[in-house]
Design a protein around this ligand. Structure first.
Ligand code: B3K
Ligand code: ZN
Length: 867
């Protein structure tokens, strides 16, 4: 497999103005007739180039013609995924017929079948598995699509845009023609055919147009669509109010499918969703699930402008649409729920998973410079760090200028395929600022460190903050230039009163900021609301952190102060554990937590966040060398000690938040109460005392919602009460065996169970009837959860966890390379572990490397990891 480079970008030599597609959908095959109006790109001068169309080598070509002249095999060439035709006129009509086998398509890219319905996934490069086409985002075309299929089996036939004609055909078949008036790249094409249930509603846009909203799913799931509909309407209103963006077609459709490689897809007017991101019902969906539905529905909807109306010039620009859209959906969720909690969740993900990616062998800039397989670059860096980069622009410019910038961006580039530079240029134009240094955020990989020191001059009343920045090397980038970043701060006095606040702009490798007119030495609250995606170092004392935890006016930094206390303590305990010393719980922490727990004025959601110990994944990310066992043991020790020391307080918190009398609602306040309640139940269970097992069992049996039932299940299932664990798991299985998404949770709870015998359990589950190795959700719930959320067993010193994962990757590589490459991630981190483990991990990577005919997806990840 060959890498391709951003610097090699050339505009397309040929454009496709109109695309007409005709699908004959049958059980054993699908015939696709495509009619493309092609013309030379007037912007590309020089002698005419041969016509080159993408087309998967495995795709069967039945007929090819230009202006009604049939081409013979000697008239064209097919190799390396390309169809080349020499000597074509300046403008012509190309027709071609391809035969597809959707029922055999296990890669879930292009046209495939999911639970008996036909659907497509074309981003990034799936359209080339449907027909021959310039499958690149800078070729935008107007699509007209006709689907023909058996009427009784596939009564619903959908594609992008509006339906313009329909009718019956021979042999019980029928057809529908769809027309999408907006030119779009092929990656936004979609079709669906199936026997689907429909929830319908409507939305009146700000200019008074009525839009039909249709959400389709399998009939059994019709009662799980309401929340997605509400979320969609909220998102449509929010995008009008906050960004001035109105929807632009008469229909907006969402279809839920069970077999899907990712979360969802923003096809124009016809979003296709993984069921896990659209179905929601109190009885079967957790609070986290509800929030995911709200966020993903909004995300895909927001793409209609940030992605579809204005799209990417090439796939190196992926963050242009993804970073911006993640920022937009995060702000939407913050507005719908709790801003601080949303920020805490997002930063936690960034600090654990994205920082780890940025420090690993696959590290790449937000705008990558090269790739072998673009599917490998739908990463936390492109999405989450990309969103942080947009957020920094928002922080630097302020909300009004940022909005002006986004207005200008949409106005300038409507209907175009553009670059991240164009986005920044719009922000420059409205603000009059020079953002050339800021652009390094797009081109440099790695997580910058900010080292902050301070000096207090009592005589002058002057306080000086010195900020030094650096960024570690990453693959292909030895030295980094300094970044331009917003450092939001506050200065507090010892009693916690805020003296100053603002945003410092950091630009230099080392820079000092001086504050005068202060009466006493302040305590700095730094990087408020996580104003830049960096690792901040400042030598806080425990007292200062505990003061910030109690008094900081920035909710995010309150939480962060508490986390810093815990991280430092846990790092000390890890050293003690490694040195064979007895572990001890400091009284100051118990006292601080007790105060928090007794403070009834505190928002339960916030309290739950503050009382959750830093995850094993975060401690691993922060360690010089990851000691899986020490991290796990120390965290368990701390959990148990805090559980026992504060047992009464945990019980009081549990009772205070007991929501048994309320009917379920997924609003932020109720979610907050449930999260504190279940956190408290977790600590109660951690005491090991019998009554709390009973309490958990009771909650499992009596709760009317999945959040509480699943929390109780996981606590019991992961406890040393093995009999109860088995009983509840069995009960849960019997209760929910026909709910596929609930069975995913059932698998994941068991796969992440840290007690003895985990590998044997997941091996057995992989043979269980609810497991289906062709379904990506099932693979993520079993293989993904074991390798990502069960570090003690995945990293077992005998290497059995690594071998199990490698077996899966090799098996899946033939079947679904995208999923195989993604599951492989934990093995790529081998350099972070001790000698024994890293050698075992390397051995499995080498074993894959030595396998013939690896997919480009897996080859890229393995080969880059072994460097
Ligand atoms: N744009 C899609 C991702 C498609 C990935 C294909 N490998 C989902 C999203 O970010 O909205
Ligand atoms: Zn997206």
């Amino acid at each position: 497999p060959q890498a391709i480079y951003l610097e090699d970008y050339r505009p397309p030599a040929w454009l496709v103005t109109h695309t007409e597609l005709n699908f004959e959908l049958e059980e054993e095959q699908t015939l696709v007739r495509a009619r493309l109006n092609i013309k030379a790109n007037p912007e590309v001068s020089g002698k005419p180039e041969p016509l080159q169309l993408h087309g998967d080598d495995g795709m069967e070509l039945l007929r090819l013609s230009i202006d009604n002249q049939v081409l013979e095999p000697q008239d064209y060439r097919r190799e390396a995924g390309m169809l080349t035709i020499n000597n074509v006129p300046d403008q012509f009509v190309l027709e071609c017929v391809t035969r597809l086998l959707p029922h055999e398509n296990t890669a879930l890219e292009g046209l495939y079948k999911s639970d008996g319905m036909f659907c497509t996934q074309c981003e990034a490069e799936g359209f080339r598995r449907i027909t021959f086409f310039p499958d690149r985002p800078d070729v935008m075309s107007i699509f007209r699509t006709t689907l023909t299929a058996d009427k009784s089996q596939y009564p619903v036939l959908l594609s992008n845009g509006n339906p313009v004609a329909s009718g019956d055909a021979e042999e019980g078949r029928h057809w529908v023609t769809w027309e999408d008036p907006w030119p779009k790249p092929a990656y936004l094409f979609a079709l669906v055919a199936g026997d689907l249930a429909l929830l319908e509603d409507s939305f009146t846009t700000c200019s008074g147009r009525e839009v039909a909203l249709r959400i389709y799913a399998e009939h059994k799931d019709l009662d799980k669509l309401e929340y997605a509909m509400t979320s969609l309407k909220n998102a449509m209103r929010w995008d009008e109010e906050v960004y001035g963006r109105e929807y632009d077609l008469d229909i907006f459709m969402i279809v839920a499918v069970d077999f899907f490689n990712m979360g969802a897809m923003e096809n124009k007017g016809l979003n296709i969703f993984n069921t896990s991101c659209v179905l929601a019902h109190p009885k079967t969906t957790t609070d986290g699930g509800f929030q995911r539905v709200e966020g993903v529905v909004a995300h895909e909807y927001f793409h209609n402008w940030s992605g579809n109306r204005v799209t990417c010039r090439d796939w190196f620009q992926l963050s242009l649409k993804e970073g911006f859209t993640v920022f937009r959906d995060a702000e939407f969720s913050a507005d719908m729920n709790s801003r601080t909690v949303k920020r805490i969740e997002d930063v936690s993900l960034l600090r654990t998973a994205q920082f780890a990616e940025d420090a690993g062998p696959m590290a790449h800039p937000v705008r990558p410079e090269s790739f072998i397989e673009i599917s490998n670059f739908y990463t936390l860096t492109v999405y989450e760090k990309g969103a942080e980069v947009v957020r920094m622009l928002h922080n630097l410019l302020g909300p009004e200028l940022f909005r002006k910038g986004s207005d200008l961006y949409f106005e300038r580039h409507d209907g175009q395929a553009v670059t991240t530079d164009d986005f920044v240029a719009a922000m420059e134009a409205v603000s009059g600022r020079d953002l050339s240094q800021f652009r390094r955020w797009y081109s440099q990989a790695g997580t910058p460190r900010l080292n902050v020191t301070d000096r207090w001059d009592a005589d002058a009343g002057e306080y000086r903050l010195t900020v030094k920045q650096s960024c570690p090397p990453s693959p292909g980038q030895e030295h980094k230039q300094p970044y331009h970043l917003p450092l939001a701060y506050g200065l507090l006095d010892e009693a916690g009163r805020e003296l100053r606040s603002g945003v410092l702009e950091v630009r230099e490798e080392e820079e000092a900021f001086v504050f005068s007119g202060l009466e006493s030495r302040p305590v700095p609250s730094l990087l408020r609301a996580f104003s830049a995606p960096v690792k901040l170092e400042y030598d806080y004392s425990d007292e200062q952190l505990l003061m910030l935890l109690r008094h900081d006016t920035d909710g995010f930094n309150r939480w962060d102060a508490g986390q810093r206390v815990c991280v430092r303590l846990m790092q000390n305990l890890i050293r003690d554990w490694q040195n064979g010393q007895a572990l001890q719980l400091p009284a100051t922490l118990v006292e601080a937590w007790k105060q928090l727990l007794q403070d009834e004025a505190l928002d339960p959601a916030m309290l739950a966040q503050c009382l959750r110990l830093p995850s094993e994944a975060l401690l691993a990310e922060l360690a010089d060398e990851v000691d899986v066992v020490a991290i796990h043991e120390v965290r368990e020790f701390l959990r148990t000690s805090l559980a026992q020391a504060l047992e009464q307080q945990w019980l009081a918190a549990y009772q205070r938040c007991d929501t048994r009398d309320e009917s379920y609602s997924p609003d932020a306040a109720s979610i907050g109460r449930r999260s504190l309640k279940n956190l408290a139940l977790g600590y109660l269970m951690a005491t090991g005392a019998e009554p709390w097992l009973e309490l958990a069992r009771q909650q499992f049996e009596q709760s009317d919602n999945m959040t509480d039932q699943q929390a109780a299940l996981a606590l019991v299932a992961h406890s040393r009460h093995r009999e109860s664990a088995a009983e509840l798991l069995q009960q849960f299985y019997l209760q929910w065996q026909h709910e596929s998404l609930v069975m995913n949770q059932w698998l994941a709870v068991q796969a992440s169970d840290p007690t003895e015998g985990a590998l044997e359990r997941v091996q057995a589950l992989s043979e269980h009837p609810v497991f289906d190795a062709r379904n990506p959700n099932k693979l993520r719930s079993l293989v993904g959860a074991f390798c990502g959320q069960n570090p003690m067993h995945f990293h077992s010193e005998d290497g059995s966890g690594y071998a199990w994962l490698a077996d899966w990757v090799l098996r899946l590589d033939k079947q679904n390379p995208q999923v195989a490459a993604r599951l492989l991630t934990p093995l790529t981190r081998w350099k972070r572990y001790d000698k024994v483990r890293s050698a075992l991990m390397q051995k499995q990577l080498q074993r894959m490397m030595d396998t013939d005919d690896l997919s480009a997806d897996v080859y890229e990840v393995v080969s880059k990891s072994l460097v």
